[in-house]
Design a binder for this molecule. Sequence first.
Ligand SMILES: Cc1cc2nc3c(=O)[nH]c(=O)nc-3n(C[C@H](O)[C@H](O)[C@H](O)COP(=O)(O)OP(=O)(O)OC[C@H]3O[C@@H](n4cnc5c(N)ncnc54)[C@H](O)[C@@H]3O)c2cc1C
Length: 481
Amino acid sequence: MTTLDEARARVRACAGDELLDRLEYLDGGRSTGPRDDDSPAAPDRGAHADYDVALVGGGLSLLYAPALAAKGLRVAVFERGTAGATHREWNASGAELQALVRAGVLTDDERAGLVLARYRAGFCRWHNGGTYPVANVLDHAVDAGALLAIVRARAVAAGVSVFDHHALVGHAAGPDAIAMKLRTRDGVTKNVSARLMIDARGAASPSATADLVCPTVGGVLEGLAVGSAPDEIDPAVGEILVTTEGIEAGRQHIWEGFPARAGETTVYLFYYDRAGAVGDGSLLRLYARFFDTLPRYKRGDVRLVRPTFGYITGWSRLSPAPRAPSARVVLVGDAAARHSPLTYCGFGATLRSLGPATERIAQALHERTEAKLGPIVHDTALHAGTGALAHMIASPPQSPARAGELNTLLDAAFSTLHAMGDASFGALLRDEMPVRDFVQFLRVTSAKHPRVYPEVFRVLGAMGVSRWGAGIARAWLGAGP
Ligand SMILES: Cc1cc2nc3c(=O)[nH]c(=O)nc-3n(C[C@H](O)[C@H](O)[C@H](O)COP(=O)(O)OP(=O)(O)OC[C@H]3O[C@@H](n4cnc5c(N)ncnc54)[C@H](O)[C@@H]3O)c2cc1C
């Protein structure tokens, strides 16, 4: 059994101190709840703002910096670590990646050059169940580090001021601007102001109050055995969701395996959980499990080349939405948690929001109506239905006698999706399924697996079930017949 100290040492050995610090910061933030508790004085009416937009957090949402600067706005980025130095790899479909070109962030050649691998098909497989192939889902592996390096360079060239090692510790909104207090790595405090603050701190934002969370660890691996057996990796096939056992330690652990550069595979281990249930050290504990149980998933003489990890937020739509703390703050990315609570594809969701949200922010700042923006990122009617399913996966039965039940239910659900055809199956995983098809999917799955009814009531309660039903009805009506 790998101890926490051994897991920490293995991550540090290939990630270095900055990434280990990010992991421990994320783990620490979950136990105490991140806070902005060192606020500056709020700016007076008519106060001059240093910037139009302060983008706080330079992870995936760094994409907004060059896009906003291209609209003629004065933009600054404040990042606790190094802006654009991500500890992720990203997969998306080809159509989703085109948003980078449409938003003017990349040329089409650059977009194509960032695709490390494309796979022919992906599949989902639940322990002891069938294998369900699907096309055009997460089938392009993107070089995340190179993407953000280009984005950072493009932002700087467009006049964006980028401040590494500047952590936001507090903010206060006035009538015309928001003041922000930042602390540098050396403990120096700085105050700046902007007309609008974009909170892009991901799961580390105090506004990231979504009720679900997906702790995820793993990384780019070398040395996995190649072939088509279940414990081998086929470089032409993506493994979207795979389980190798039932509920253990109270959780349903799930693997993903995506072919990357030649000889490399990105492998993740994750579980769905309720946000309040995840405490200090969860990522490190999950890393220990990753090292211990990887041989159940794949064999080989494995070397961890680059670790990737994080908490991905998820909002079930059964509880209040994450909200900005003042009218001069907007939430994006994982802080807003408007992506699918079922697939947790925050990269794809950010790509969908990038163009429209940039337009809205720029227009509001040009018209001086930025304090009326409200939620700006893309949301989908379908989430009113999928959130409750994610809630159920996050709350599996705890009795050892029922350890295999969730896999059986998921197998019934995915066999239904597969039988609905590749277009419908892919549409659910890409967040594009019409609500009417989703209702059909629920109907067929529950007929196949009637034991799901008491489970739904056990997890959601009568109130949750009625909220879920009302949400689906609203989405159905809003989305048209
Ligand atoms: C391991 C992993 C793999 C993933 N793979 C995929 C995928 O293949 N496809 C997909 O669609 N989605 C994927 N996702 C989801 C996706 O990465 C996230 O949804 C996305 O990164 C969220 O972007 P963000 O900008 O909100 O936050 P992040 O990218 O997490 O960035 C947040 C940034 O804020 C900084 N920060 C934190 N606190 C402060 C502070 N106080 N002051 C200043 N800066 C601060 C952090 O250092 C960090 O750089 C994955 C997630 C994980 C964890």
